[in-house]
Design a protein around this ligand. Structure first.
Ligand code: CU
Length: 528
């Protein structure tokens, strides 16, 4: 085992391949591909962010001022699609590519060439999606959920969107297969499943979710495609079909998709909290089982998105109680994070700020989720800004904050240099303050009855909308701080990071249950 050092395993310099642009196009190196996923997802995050800011500019005050209603609807739709499929999902795949092989002691991902293809499909899909703004009729305006019958009737922007969704789905499925095979087959000797860092577990379970539900989404949009062009009537009542069927198929994908976007975030937070609390993760095994329970339950709650479609009361009750049941394993996780911090010797470097910010604000999104799960309340807040507030607490303060936590945590590992704590903390505090200014007022707007996906509104909603728009521009500008932090880190402005940066700084790097074996992310464990 001592013949090959981990540095040689991961060394690019001994690789006599193409250079320059061709190196990036043809690379099979998991670190290169991870980097490309992260850069791609950040570009998409900025694109989706520009759309969000255009939406918030229009909603700054009542009356139409910046965009026409048709274009506004295209913006809300494309903002959702770009953020979900372009920003959040690929960002987590980028983390998986970078960290999974290092964490389990594998030389690379199992299918290195397929990995390259998985990535390069994404820019193609993104170009298709964005170019739909420029075709006759513009981008699809059916909402990111692409509900029939509207999506069946939209212009050719919808066809580009369907094609883009298919390509992104292929990319996701291949990425997921790669992760499953890597984690199950490529662990170093001694790295048993229950010794894996929790990030590996959360991604393994997420990969199974992806393999199970991405084909369902592909089926849903294919049925729209054939309804549009091949004379079928899956969702056309006049032809014997049912538009509500689309909602069932879509949300059978859509609810597990919510956990695809949050389980890897749970994994990242579960790596960071122990490091900065200087204690091993509390309840490692229960974290694994809670993650699996959430994933399994996520398949039987889909119709909580459809309480107003005329379901029988008994069906509503089933989906209401099943949804509430998910709060149990999620509560186990939050309890375990807090128990990990309990009596820990905590410090609040930038990754820990993002991770604790995640727990606090994401949990608020969890609570409003429970409120939306109550069928009689949901019927009141359906399609209002309350729902918009809820899922932005989950996806921004949840998924996005965890991504930033992980980025600051592993930037020293990725670049070889420490980032600036001042810049990182500035980024965090600006983000969490402006995030709450943007989205907290939306709870009140929703409870007062303001509908979502509407370019104009009654005068009574003016004050909270102005506040939300100010918050949104503050939040958007705050993200430029992250660019500064990353550029300075990559340029090597900070001090040099050790092979195990946080262990170097703190003397501890707990990632596995007590007693924690020595683990640096770079040294494959060896059985003596
Ligand atoms: Cu759901």
């Amino acid at each position: 085992m001592s013949a090959v050092t981990p540095d040689q395993l991961h060394d690019d310099h001994h690789h006599h391949g193409p250079t320059g642009l061709m190196r990036w196009i043809t690379t099979t190196n998991h670190k290169d591909i991870g980097t490309m996923y992260l850069i791609f997802s950040f570009i998409m995050f900025l694109s989706g962010g520009v759309m969000a800011l255009t939406i918030r500019a229009e909603l700054f005050k009542p009356g139409l001022q910046i965009v026409q209603p048709e274009f506004f609807n295209q913006l809300t739709t494309m903002h959702g699609l770009v953020m979900v499929f372009g920003a959040i999902m690929p960002a987590f795949v980028g983390f998986a590519n970078w960290m999974l092989p290092l964490m389990i002691g594998a030389s690379d991902m199992a299918f290195a060439r397929m990995n390259n293809w998985s990535f390069w499909l994404l820019p193609v899909a993104a170009i298709l999606l964005i170019s739909s703004f420029f075709v006759p009729g513009g981008a699809t305006a059916a909402g990111w959920t692409l509900y029939a019958p509207l999506s069946v009737q939209m212009g050719m922007g919808m066809d580009l969107t369907i094609f883009a969704v298919h390509i992104m789905g292929i990319s996701s499925i291949m990425g997921a297969i790669n992760i499953v095979v890597t984690v199950l087959n490529m662990r170093a000797p001694g790295m048993t499943m229950m010794k894996m860092p929790l990030f590996c577990w959360t991604w393994l379970i997420t990969a199974y979710l992806l393999i199970a539900v991405m084909p369902v989404l592909a089926g849903a949009v294919t049925m729209i495609l054939t309804d549009r062009h091949f004379g079928t009537s899956f969702f056309n009542a006049a032809g014997g079909g049912d538009p509500v069927l689309y909602q069932h198929v879509f949300w059978f994908f859509g609810h597990p998709e919510v956990y695809i976007m949050i389980l890897p975030a749970f994994g990242i937070v579960s790596e960071i909290i122990p490091t900065f609390a200087r204690k091993p993760l509390f309840g490692y095994a229960s974290m694994v089982y809670a993650t699996a329970s959430i994933a399994i339950l996520s398949f039987v709650v889909w119709a909580h998105h459809m309480f107003t479609t005329g379901m029988p009361a008994a069906t509503q009750l089933f989906f209401m109680y099943a949804t509430m049941l998910i709060a149990v394993p999620t509560g186990v996780k939050v309890f375990n994070w807090v128990a990990t911090m309990w009596r820990g010797s905590m410090t609040f470097e930038t990754p820990m700020l993002w991770a604790t910010g995640f727990i606090f604000v994401f949990t608020m999104g969890g609570f409003t989720g429970l409120i939306c799960a109550i069928a009689p309340i949901d019927i009141q807040v359906q399609d209002t800004y309350y729902v918009v507030a809820h899922f932005h607490y989950v996806l921004v303060a949840g998924s996005l904050f965890a991504l930033f936590a992980g980025a600051y945590y592993w930037l020293p590992k990725w670049t070889g240099y420490m980032y600036s704590e001042f810049i990182g903390k500035l980024h965090f505090w600006c983000s969490i303050i402006f995030f709450n200014i943007t989205f907290f007022p939306m709870h009140f707007l929703g409870l007062a009855g303001m509908p979502r996906r509407i370019p104009d509104y009654a005068l009574q909603f003016a004050d909270f909308n102005a506040l939300a728009s100010i918050g949104a521009f503050g939040f958007g500008l705050s993200q430029l701080i992250f660019i500064v932090a990353v550029v300075k880190c990559v340029r090597g402005d900070g001090k040099k990071a050790a092979a195990s940066p946080w262990e170097d700084a703190h003397g501890l790097e707990w990632t596995v249950p007590s007693p924690a074996p020595h683990h640096t992310f770079e040294t494959p464990p060896v059985v003596k």
